[in-house]
Design a protein around this ligand. Structure first.
Ligand code: NDP
Length: 291
């Protein structure tokens, strides 16, 4: 019998609530297995009241790092030992990375989104409409602006949150950003090239929820993206496809932000096709992430 050099696996995982329907573990462990990395990814349902204990537990157990999803991305900032530069602008962490004895907050959502977007269109010079101003929207807006987007229109139900994101973009990036109030069905302005749903509308189990948007304003020249990973073919994307738009689903973003996390935790750049295939198995999807 071959005796392994260590029985101490690298520990990583996810803190979220609810967490049960989050499919991240499937793609992360597929990557670990594919690359022969002795690591685990544990999905943990952590309540807001338990977040500090969970972070301290991960610290005590020597975890290499962890992802944070709803509702912890902002609250976790105060529990970490330092923040990456983009997090200082975005204000939300989706990935903590152990460096020495410290947990440093990173945000891989925006980078994951851009990698997925670039399979279809370069964000530089584009006129982008972002629906939402929460954690995902902030990450996408900041990274798109830093990648050279010409204009970003932030559309959000709660005006204060939308205006705050626009202020942030104006302060930290060269992109021209404006806020558009979301009263009734929003009409996407002519000349828009990329539309992103960065709200939580359409997320399982509310799969039939409809985004308040005038579908007639979607033009076939537009690239339409959704951040919702579950289900991947959201009602919004199906509607956009019927309008002739090219679409990008939330699984592409999920895979690519996960790949960046694995790089942070293990130093290995994982094969994203392996990760996507694992998610396609979960969702019984043979198709690629854009059409
Ligand atoms: P937040 O709670 O921070 O933000 C939610 C956003 O959705 C807010 O802008 C909120 O508006 C808006 N919203 C919620 N309900 C409605 C509604 N009925 N009508 C209009 N707007 C609404 O969440 P996150 O930004 O962290 O996450 C948003 C989504 O992104 C989630 O579904 C998550 O699963 C997904 N996501 C996907 C990732 C991926 O890799 N694919 C990565 C990260 C997130 P308001 O400010 O008015 O409340």
């Amino acid at each position: 019998m071959t005796v392994p050099r260590t029985f101490l696996s690298t520990l990583t995982g996810l803190f979220a609530s609810p967490a049960a329907e989050n499919p991240t573990v499937a793609m992360m462990e597929a990557a670990y297995h594919h690359h022969g990395i002795d690591a685990r990814y544990l999905t943990c349902d952590v309540s807001p009241a338990g977040l500090a204990d969970a972070v301290n537990g991960a610290r005590a157990m020597g975890w290499a790092g962890f992802n944070c999803s709803l509702p912890h991305k902002v609250a976790v900032v105060a529990l970490l030992d330092g923040l990456a530069e983009s997090v200082r602008i975005i204000g939300a962490v989706n990935c903590a990375v152990r460096r020495g004895e410290q947990f440093i907050g990173e945000n891989t959502d925006g980078r994951g989104f851009l990698t997925s977007l670039r399979t279809v269109i370069d964000p530089a010079g584009q006129a982008i409409v972002i629906l939402g101003a929460g954690g995902a929207a902030r990450a996408i807006a900041v990274e798109s602006a830093l990648a050279g987007a010409a204009t970003i229109t932030v559309v959000n139900r709660t005006p204060e949150r939308g205006r705050e994101l626009v202020r942030l973009l104006g302060e930290h990036t060269p992109t021209s950003a404006i806020f558009a109030p979301w009263d009734g069905a929003y009409s996407v302005p002519t000349g828009t090239t990329i539309v992103v749903n960065a709200t939580s509308v359409g997320l399982f189990p509310d799969v039939d929820s409809q985004i308040a948007l005038n579908l007639e304003s979607l033009d076939s020249s537009m690239v339409v993206c959704d951040v919702i990973p579950n289900p991947p073919r959201t009602r919004f994307l199906r509607d956009a496809q019927r309008r002739g738009c090219r679409t990008i689903d939330g699984l592409g973003m999920l895979v690519n932000q996960g790949a960046v996390a694995i790089e942070h935790w293990t130093g290995v750049s994982p094969d994203v096709d392996v990760m996507r295939a694992a998610l396609n198995d979960v969702f019984d999807l043979p198709s690629p992430d854009h059409t």
